[in-house]
Design a protein around this ligand. Structure first.
Ligand code: T5A
Length: 215
């Protein structure tokens, strides 16, 4: 029997429907009996949520990409020590809305910071911990931005140029190709019921994994 919990992350560009589909995934996994902790990045702790506010608030000054990078990893360090590691060590599964692949996609791809810099901070903050399973909600940038725009009140990152989001998407798709063992790519451009049907299959696979790991 495997005693450590499974670490599942959900990733994707702006407006692809992560929040909407996180709820579906959570309900689906809980219905299958999975003992689940649901959390998000940046955030998931009191300190992390404050860092999220600082990071996403629209502001006059240009935020240095390195400052943004350090903010996400500061929030992540707290998140790991306060929430993620204790939950996994206790055998719970963790379903996390974004994790370090978002840093590769946004700060590495979007902001074009050197990938080795991201990798170095990843090692420093996480040690050997990596997600076991990642669900990528993928949709053309125009669709995501139009959905996010319909919601109104764009945050600092949502106000970026289209080229930035194209780089974010390309980086995610590259990560999915490079780590195809842990990635499941969902076509999030489809209608909500169709996206849910794809996620239901993933849930079935995960529920099987939960059963197999039980004593
Ligand atoms: N960030 C984060 C970094 O830069 N580096 C990092 O390391 C990390 C961890 C976090 C921001 O921080 C950045 C990335 C982000 O910019 P976030 O809240 O996680 O912010 O990211 P958002 O993309 O802004 O997430 P949202 O929750 O705001 O948007 P979603 O989840 O993509 O979209 P959602 O579910 O709110 O849906 C948008 C609209 O579309 C509709 C929904 O009803 C909603 O109205 N919709 C659909 N409509 C039609 N068909 C479908 N299939 C639909 N799915 C959803």
């Amino acid at each position: 029997m495997e005693s450590r919990g499974l670490f599942i992350t959900v990733e994707g560009g702006e407006g692809v429907g992560k929040t909407t589909n996180m709820r579906f995934l959570e309900d689906c996994l809980r219905a299958a009996g999975v003992d689940l902790v649901v959390t998000r990045e940046p955030g998931g702790t009191a300190l992390g949520e404050q860092i999220r506010e600082v990071m996403l608030q629209p502001r006059e000054e240009l935020v240095a990409p390195e400052a943004e990078l350090l903010l996400v990893f500061a929030a992540r360090a707290q998140h790991l020590s306060e929430v993620i590691l204790p939950a996994l060590d206790a055998g719970h599964w963790v379903l996390c809305d974004r994790f370090t692949d978002a840093t590769y996609a946004y700060q590495g791809g979007g902001r074009q910071l050197p990938v080795p810099l991201v990798r170095e901070l990843e090692q420093l903050v996480q040690g050997d911990l990596r997600p076991d399973y990642t669900i990528l909600l993928d949709a053309p940038v125009a669709i995501g931005l139009s959905r996010a725009g319909d919601r109104g009140n764009l945050d600092r990152i949502e106000n970026e140029q289209v080229a930035f989001f194209e780089r974010v998407r390309a980086t995610y798709l590259q990560l999915a190709r490079e780590s195809s063992g842990r990635y499941r790519v969902v076509d999030a451009a489809q209608s909500l019921p169709e996206v849910e049907a794809q996620l239901a299959k993933i849930c079935q696979e995960l529920a099987g994994c939960w059963q197999a790991r039980r004593p």
